[in-house]
Design a protein around this ligand. Sequence first.
Ligand code: FAD
Ligand code: SF4
Length: 458
Amino acid sequence: MSQRNKIPEQKPEERRKNFKEVNLGYTKEQAEAEAKRCLQCKNPTCVKGCPVEINIPGFIKEIAKNNMPESIKVLKDKNNLPAVCGRVCPQEDQCEKNCILAKKGSSVAIGNLERYTADWEQSLFPKGRDVTHPSNGIKIAVVGSGPAGLTCAGDLSKIGYDVTIFESLHAAGGVLRYGIPEFRLSKTILDYEIHSLERLGVKIEKNVLIGRTKSLDDLFSEGFKAVFIGVGAGLPKFMDIPGENLNNIYSTNEFLVRVNMMEAYKFPEHDTPINIGKKVAVIGGGNTAMDSARTALRLGAEEVTLIYRRTEKEMPARIEEFHHAAEEGVKFMFLTTPVKYTGDEKGYVKEMECVKMELAESDESGRRSAKVIPGSNFKIAVDLVVVAIGLSPNPLLPSLTSALKTDSKGEIVIDDNFMTSIKGVFAGGDIVGGETVIQAMGMGKRAARSIDNYLKRN
Ligand code: FAD
Ligand code: SF4
């Protein structure tokens, strides 16, 4: 059986010095060859793995025929952010995992093909395309412009609602903009997708913090008939160990926001500095850790070490990102965790004390837990540390809205229809426990359907 076509990439030794996209995308010949591998199954198991229900064989068939206008039509029918998904979705755990060819060898490269079709549209219509749809004049508010909010807004707009997204930051996109680095998802690509939603009629009001600038009650008073909350999980977690408050110890959020949104890599041309130093340690094993480590390399660190308390097998990061990071020169120290930081006389971190760990029994998530090996302490010199051990639900809106129920983890409680404890207020994405872009989008899509049903009944 034919093997999947590899996507061209920038060479590791080149890309570790720049912020340009690592993956370069298929050529026409590669895309058509890959599309022809698809068996066009009558019962396509790949679709069952897609939270936004894309007609996968449908858009792939059109690539094979070089009928790109039809391919993008099929793709965008279900997915409002195809160029984003083609770049950052963990397809290996979803559609591609369920592809029939995965059992016999290598799955169809669905993500790479999705990216190819979306990029075809962006290169052929750089200013976007107008789409017409019905209008019912009913106003809906969406809080947060991450993938959950953008998807919910797009789907509601397509069926005629008058949707306004309220975003607290000065630019839309949520983690897609402030978290995921340029070398994985270019801002130009993201801007195009957001602009396409605006062309659909979605309005975006930036610098509006719902809960403070206006409350949910204010939104209803302004005539919005329903609200969708997609405020994400932007609260950084720390380990709470001695010395964690020293200078040059960042949360992954602060580090990536400084680089992505405040262009710290252009200091002093832009006024946000990052004093990267020579030796950088990143704590964690997820996508955020991988992104921080690879960003530190590109900022000029001589040595970047990712420190993870379990092994490579338990790392939650996408396998592709792990391989890319290793190729670029990120070092990995597994079964290790920091216990203490020491600073210099000016309060800057200079040393990190770690302990070795060993794997123990599985925890409730099914992953093996890790326990400290007593007396295994050792020290390493560091100039900068990024703590990337996870993020918690954004607490601001719930804390300012007493009627909005949350659970013990701080996630907003929803029913089977994504409705919160407040009538007419729905929620989805990381704020209700999602963990990936596509999960957030899937929830945004299903919530849009529920909102439509709710408004038809009320
Ligand atoms: P977010 O993307 O967090 O968006 C929430 C938005 O709401 C933000 O723009 C925020 O400013 C705004 N907001 C918050 N409070 C308010 C308020 N009160 N009023 C108005 N606006 C408000 N997932 C993947 O699938 N693949 C990856 O490769 C991947 N890499 C990642 C890398 C990093 C560095 C991080 C941090 C996450 C990554 N993830 C990845 C996870 C993924 O990005 C999230 O699961 C997803 O973005 C969640 O979407 P969301 O819409 O729920 O929230
Ligand atoms: Fe094509 Fe694989 Fe989906 Fe079958 S399961 S339709 S081969 S992508």
